[in-house]
Design a protein around this ligand. Sequence first.
Ligand code: ZN
Length: 403
Amino acid sequence: MTGLIKPHGSDQLIPLMLEGAELEPAKKRATELKQVPLSSREFGDLIMLGIGGFTPLKGFMGKADWEGVCRDMKTTDGLFWPIPITLSTEQATADALNEGEEVALTFGGGIVGTLTLQEKYSIDKAFECEHVFTTTEEEHPGVKMVMEQGDINLAGPVQVFSQGDFPQRFAGIYKTPAETRAEFEKRGWNNVAAFQTRNPLHRSHEYLVKIAIEICDGVMIHSLLGNLKPGDIPADVRTKAISTLVDNYFVDNTVLQAGYPLDMRYAGPREALLHAVFRQNYGCSYLIVGRDHAGVGDYYGPFDAHDIFDKVPEGALLTKPLKIDWTFWCEACNSMASMKTCPHDAEHRLLLSGSKLRKLLSEGGDVPENFSRPEVLTILREHYEGLADEDRVEVKLSGASAK
Ligand SMILES: [Zn+2]
């Protein structure tokens, strides 16, 4: 019997991926259907539905669920869910579809699944953005995505045919919830913390992970493998940098490195909740939540993502946050510390944002000692040296404009 946390809203994972004898006939049948193209974000969501990462959802949300999730973080069934999982399309595409009809979902020129259309509806995009992102400013990359999406949402249960190129492109890193759960059981882990990342790990992140290792059986360093902002470190470079760190600075069998197929939404606190929901499905009882989790720019207060967990009704979400204050190297402590444990002034603390570091590395500048492990910096420097000049400019610009 497993000692792992049970999936969200269900006693077992509910993967919607067709496999084995069912797959080929379904794919063949789908070639006869009308097609609806998916955005990158929507395809990531579809894969998560396929692999059980979004258990217990059965497909893309209808209007009542969309509204309930935006407003109260719950579906009409009372399921806790913090961010709407929706599929949008253009008016003309929607007009050609009838409710009850099965349609083929496409991405990158191939059919990746089907949707049985239960509902077509239009949404108030500003309402969604106001609730989910707490802003309607189109400078916000998540808001921009919603504003640019099609005007009609299509809802209904899905069947999933494909995980895209994730299993091949990120072999050994990309894992399904069933696979991480099996791995945890093999290692004898019951209490697992997830560390969410879209960046390489520096000393401050290493410290967060090690705090969790002190109190859990192990930590899953869980990388986002979908799309990021321009200038962010690509997933393959990040994965290599994390592997080097784990190999050199962690005890064997205390860390599992894995990745998941979503794009960033940059929804800050709401996204932190979504991160906890799907980590529960991956088998993690805790999510490490540091400063400005899943935020962007200055849209969210540094600890908004801590506070929002206090608003979750008791029992609605089993995976709990490990709320950790801002961490850094302190010269006066002569160790890693946090705002909670270091009594010294700011001048002793080595604080450097990811964006500033990117700027330093892209310009070939020196990174302060104790900010990052040398093995990690070597890999990042190689990455920046290999960048074309126009990419380098992009890195500098986004480094300079972000905080
Ligand atoms: Zn100190």
